[in-house]
Design a protein around this ligand. Structure first.
Ligand code: 5GP
Ligand code: ZN
Length: 114
């Protein structure tokens, strides 16, 4: 999608600090990190958010999760733990309409979120 920020990042038309990728997903460091490790994992295909996700795209979700596993390993998060978050809509503070999963780690994360 040409006017989508994260599509532009996936395509390299807007700069980001890449964190990793596989066939279906791309990962880059969040521009405003809220934890020592804060990575966004996005599908290479434009999907708006989890509320519009379709079962036919199940392989994409699998690709996003397996990329998060690789990144958790790379950042030594497996022993201490980490959080994977999908924000959906305004009450969740969702600001970018391209599906993304936050990988947060490297500090104790409060629950429930504020
Ligand atoms: P949301 O609140 O929609 O779940 O998360 C969007 C995230 O994208 C935010 O954490 C925000 O800091 C991040 N973000 C917004 N614009 C950019 C950008 O241009 N580059 C990067 N790397 N992250 C961005
Ligand atoms: Zn997009």
């Amino acid at each position: 999608m040409s006017d989508c920020l994260f599509c532009s990042i996936v395509q390299g038309n807007i700069d980001s600090k890449p964190a990793g990728e596989n066939d279906l997903a791309f990962a880059f460091y969040d521009i405003a990190p809220v934890a020592p490790v804060h990575i966004l994992i996005v599908p290479k295909k434009h999907i708006v958010n989890a509320s519009t996700f379709e079962p036919a795209d199940a392989a994409i979700l699998s690709g996003m999760i397996t990329l998060s596993q690789d990144l958790a390993q790379e950042h030594n998060l497996n022993d201490r733990g980490y959080r994977l978050v999908f924000n959906v809509g305004s009450d969740a503070g969702n600001t970018v309409d391209h599906l993304h999963m936050h990988l947060l780690g490297g500090r104790r994360l409060g629950w429930p979120p504020g």
